[in-house]
Design a protein around this ligand. Structure first.
Ligand code: PLP
Length: 375
């Protein structure tokens, strides 16, 4: 069994994907061109925003935004403590200071009340300027944007939505990727919408920002690549990847997103009462980048992992270490566990199970039976 079955997906769409790749080879245009602009237009329409700017990966998408907003030394950027490293890495990379905020136990997403406290504390201290919050749509469920927007307004913060996992999710029909001042996503192969290598995109309604990002991602180009008006980077989505994503976006919209939700429903039914299943808030819709359960204790979790392993069923711990404990952030000084009790607890009990649109009912049943026997 695969954790995320990309082989089955390819076999289903082989003809279309092969043809898309072949066309790029025949045209011999590997950077930019129609496949990239067509994809950007389709993605912007799907998310419901004016602009989509594709780039090299989800991490650089965030870096580009922090560059465009001129975030650097002396600035505080608020990030959830429970997320993939990259959400905070980009902050440090820009020389700004990441401030880790605890999350909610049920949804895994940033806790708006604790965000408010964290911003107030930074303001009070007076050493750093609160500038940006990066809520993450963890495991596919959008963060609580209504509450976050109120806090952002109160403290004059920009919102960067990290929708690397949230792509396809929504709140009341408003798509992940459309919240905040700008949003980013990743097309890393295992993400809800993945390509066959690295890829990413930025979404925004702001015309000025879109123009600046389009320049920054190509060496700060002005009239052309050899007229440079800003110091930027080289961060583009390959034409081949755009052509592949064009096929995969149709599959995603036509059935894959529904299918992962169907898988989640079956998991929920079979696991109810045995373990904590994912909590999706009312009017929220998840893209189920991960299906993550919570076990009673680290011991029980180890037992479940081992039993699944013995049956050749992969499972993953996302995330085994909260960001405030990552060695890379030692330079920030001692960060007390007391401020991150939820993240610390989560890291010891979460377990992500195989999740993808091609997972069969009998496989889900097998997985759930093993888990139920363990707990
Ligand atoms: C995967 C991921 C990223 C980074 O995306 P890449 O394309 O791998 O750079 C950022 N944030 C979160 C939450 C992610 O899951």
């Amino acid at each position: 069994m695969e954790f995320r079955d990309l082989k089955t997906q390819y076999s289903k769409y082989k003809e279309e994907i092969d043809e898309a790749i072949q066309n790029v080879l025949l045209n011999a245009r590997f950077i930019g061109g129609d496949p990239v602009s067509k994809l950007e237009k389709r993605l912007a329409d799907y998310i419901g925003v004016k602009h989509c700017i594709s780039c090299a990966n989800g991490t650089e998408a965030m870096t580009l935004l922090l560059m465009a907003w001129d975030i650097g030394p002396g600035d505080a950027v608020f990030v959830p403590d429970f997320t993939f490293f990259s959400t905070a890495e980009v902050v440090s990379f820009r020389g700004a200071t990441p401030i880790f905020v605890d999350v909610k136990y049920d949804t895994f997403n940033i806790d708006p009340d604790k965000l408010d406290d964290a911003v107030a504390a930074v303001k009070q201290q007076g050493q750093l300027k609160p500038k940006v919050v990066i809520p993450v749509d963890l495991f596919g469920q959008p963060a609580e944007y209504e509450a976050i927007q109120n806090i952002a307004k109160k403290y004059d913060l920009l919102i960067l939505e990290d929708a690397a996992q949230g792509f396809g999710g929504n709140i009341n029909g408003k798509m992940a990727g459309s919240f905040g001042d700008a949003a980013t996503t990743s097309f890393f192969p295992a993400k809800p919408l993945g390509c066959y290598g690295d890829g990413g995109a930025i979404f925004t309604n702001c015309d000025e920002l879109a123009i600046k990002l389009s320049s920054l991602k190509v060496h700060g180009k002005g009239e052309n690549k050899y007229d440079n008006v800003l110091v930027g980077v080289n961060s583009r989505l390959d034409t081949i990847q755009a052509a592949i994503l064009d096929v995969k976006l149709s599959a995603f919209v036509n059935h894959e997103l529904d299918d992962v939700n169907e898988v989640a429903t079956i998991y929920n039914e079979l696991l109810e009462g045995a373990v904590d299943t994912p909590v999706i808030l009312d009017n929220y819709y998840s893209s189920y980048a991960q299906y993550t359960i919570k076990l009673e204790s680290p011991v029980v979790r180890d037992k479940v992992i081992n039993e699944l392993n013995a049956c050749n069923i992969p499972s993953m711990v996302y995330y085994s270490k909260p960001l405030h404990l990552q060695k890379a952030f030692d330079y920030l000084g001692e960060l007390s566990n007391d401020r991150y009790t939820v993240c610390t607890k989560l890291s010891s009990v979460v377990l992500s199970l195989p999740m993808h649109p091609y997972l069969k009912r009998r496989d889900i049943e097998r997985i759930c039976n093993i888990i139920k026997n363990c707990v």
